[in-house]
Design a binder for this molecule. Structure first.
Ligand code: SF4
Length: 342
């Protein structure tokens, strides 16, 4: 296992996740990001933007990294679009100076991803998108409503359809979270999606079972029995393939050339991977980003970072364990692991 980590380190990819807004315009029933933490950090202040830029510059300047992969995450990252563009512009220019590739990725609920924003993001080097649709509107709108309870399916799907007319290359991962009650609705959604996205090498469909991931609503969540999960997920992949929809394979991941995705390694264990929340707190695992006590350090005024060794070791201890290829966090929460949970 340590050999594998060494091999991954040799790729010299810096994987940085930034949370520009902890706030979210959705209230998904299975969300693990509790409101109490969200509300504190709605957008990124100019002081914190400055610190993040310095952090990026300090690291790119070392010349050690071949590539910097910036992943925008939330909350809903598009609620602070201005910060995304500002930091992408800055990083692209520093990357040019120090001959370091910069690639952007965004994980968004898709509601605010209109065609104007989509094109701007592409222009700024954000080439990888992940949008979640949990079935046709009957199921999706119940599972992923707006904060005020209103439906979201139609707008997200329309946003996705608009992206087809763009000639640039990009990767659009359309993810469905699978629960006992939305399986048929996901198939209905795939039937619809196949009319628009079949055989288009820019769109990929993925499926993940919903797990109890530490959210307030965990005790009320209906999840698929652990021993049935693999079979149901495979059934959906087969269904999508039969409709001519793409599912991600090794080639796709190779094209993206990211870590840890292509190496199937937990992001928290990859040494050159850090999550920056917009109050300057640092984390290793996306499932813990709204829990202050899980912070592994913070970012200083000059862009340097201060790490708490014991908090880092909390993740490092899993490196030699079989859990490194599953999900240590879900294991800690008493969930069955083996299927990536982000
Ligand atoms: S695999 Fe699990 S523990 Fe690792 S980063 Fe993802 S959610 Fe966190």
């Amino acid at each position: 296992m340590s050999g594998m980590i060494g091999k991954i380190q040799d790729k010299k990819i810096f994987s940085i996740t930034i949370i520009p807004s902890s706030w979210c315009n959705f209230r998904c029933v299975y969300c693990y990001e509790n409101d109490h933490y969200k509300i504190k950090n709605m957008i990124t202040t100019s002081e914190m933007t400055k610190r993040i830029k310095l952090f990026l510059e300090n690291n790119i300047k070392t010349g050690f990294f071949r590539k910097v992969h910036i992943r925008w995450y939330g909350g809903e990252p598009l609620l602070d679009f201005k910060t995304i563009i500002d930091i992408m512009d800055f990083t692209n220019s520093i990357g040019k100076t120090y001959k370091t590739d910069i690639i952007g990725e965004i994980i968004t609920n898709g509601y605010l991803l209109d065609i104007v924003k989509f094109k701007i993001l592409l222009e700024k080097g954000v080439k990888i998108f992940q949008v979640t649709i949990d079935g046709y509107k009957d199921a999706h709108d119940k599972l992923r409503p707006l904060l005020n309870g209103k439906p979201t399916f139609d707008k997200i799907f329309e946003n996705l359809i608009q992206t087809r007319n763009v000639t640039d290359n990009f990767f659009m991962f359309i993810r469905s979270n699978v629960m006992p009650d939305n399986l048929d609705s996901i198939k209905k959604f795939l039937d619809l999606a196949s009319n628009y996205f079949s055989r288009d090498r820019r769109y990929y469909f993925t499926f993940f079972p919903v797990t109890r991931s530490g959210g307030d609503n965990d005790k009320n969540l209906k999840v698929i029995e652990p021993k049935k999960r693999m079979e149901i997920i495979q059934e959906l992949y087969m269904y999508a393939t039969q409709l001519g929809l793409n599912i991600p394979d090794k080639d796709t991941l190779l094209q993206i050339d990211g870590v840890p995705a292509m190496d199937d390694l937990c992001q928290a264990l990859y040494p050159f991977s850090i999550i920056i929340r917009n109050d300057g707190k640092l984390f290793k695992c996306p499932l813990t980003v709204m829990i202050d006590d899980e912070s592994v350090g913070h970012i200083e005024e000059d862009g340097s970072i201060v790490l708490d060794e014991s908090k880092i070791n909390r993740w490092a201890k899993y490196i030699l364990s079989p859990l490194s290829r599953g999900c240590p966090r879900l294991h800690e929460l008493g969930e069955v692991v083996g299927v990536e949970a982000e």
